[in-house]
Design a protein around this ligand. Sequence first.
Ligand SMILES: *[C@@H]1O[C@H](CO)[C@@H](O)[C@H](O)[C@H]1NC(C)=O
Ligand SMILES: *[C@@H]1O[C@H](CO)[C@@H](O)[C@H](O)[C@H]1NC(C)=O
Length: 228
Amino acid sequence: MLQLLTFLVEKFSIFFKLKPLESNCSEAEDRERPGQRAPPPLLRRGDLLEVPRTLFTHFGIYLGNNKVAHLIPDILPLLTANNKLISSVITNDRLILGCIYKCATVRVDTLEDFAYGSNILVNHTDKVMKTQPLPSDCVAQRAEKLIGEVPYSLLWNNCEHFGTFCRYGSATSRQTEKFCEFLKLIIRDQRSVIITGLLGLVSIVHFGIAASTTLPSILIPFTLWMAG
Ligand SMILES: *[C@@H]1O[C@H](CO)[C@@H](O)[C@H](O)[C@H]1NC(C)=O
Ligand SMILES: *[C@@H]1O[C@H](CO)[C@@H](O)[C@H](O)[C@H]1NC(C)=O
């Protein structure tokens, strides 16, 4: 059952892949020299780190001594109390199931485990945030205070919120904003009214006229129409 869920979510994620934010030329460069990773940048306590993960860009705060604090979805704390198991590297399956079950922890990992094989971007968000970052040690202390379990919501309390909360003092997520923009686009696109209307007709033809088919077939296109 869990495997099936993971499989479905992975398929879904390919379909809905959120583009890594503003990675305009670095990706092309990476592809040109496969296997050869850029040397790790010089990191300082309080730096905001970003790496691409399955569905989104992942964020963490560097604490010094090769340690990174980050908020990451994880299913294991729900399934076991075995701390040794829980503190092992979080695989993508654990991450995706954690998303579904809304379970996440703020934890400390080594830089390598945090990066999960990807290049690390440092202070990348500074360029687009309107606010100045807090003093570096303050950033790190805010991150350290949050270590432990937190409820996870992909849209409203994600790893990017954690990173921006620690570094700038307010939690925002450009990934969430982009996703909402995407939803708005769908709603505004009048073609979705036609498509949902047609789907409604098909279901009425297929299942016959009943409250369960007729109401949604009218209500969904109507709502989309009004919201558009
Ligand atoms: C790529 O990023 C640079 C700055 O990092 C910017 O000047 C340039 O316009 C960007 N190119 C595209 C195609 O977005
Ligand atoms: C990141 O920003 C901090 C200031 O908040 C600065 O001290 C540090 O050098 C920056 N790191 C990099 C790699 O640019």
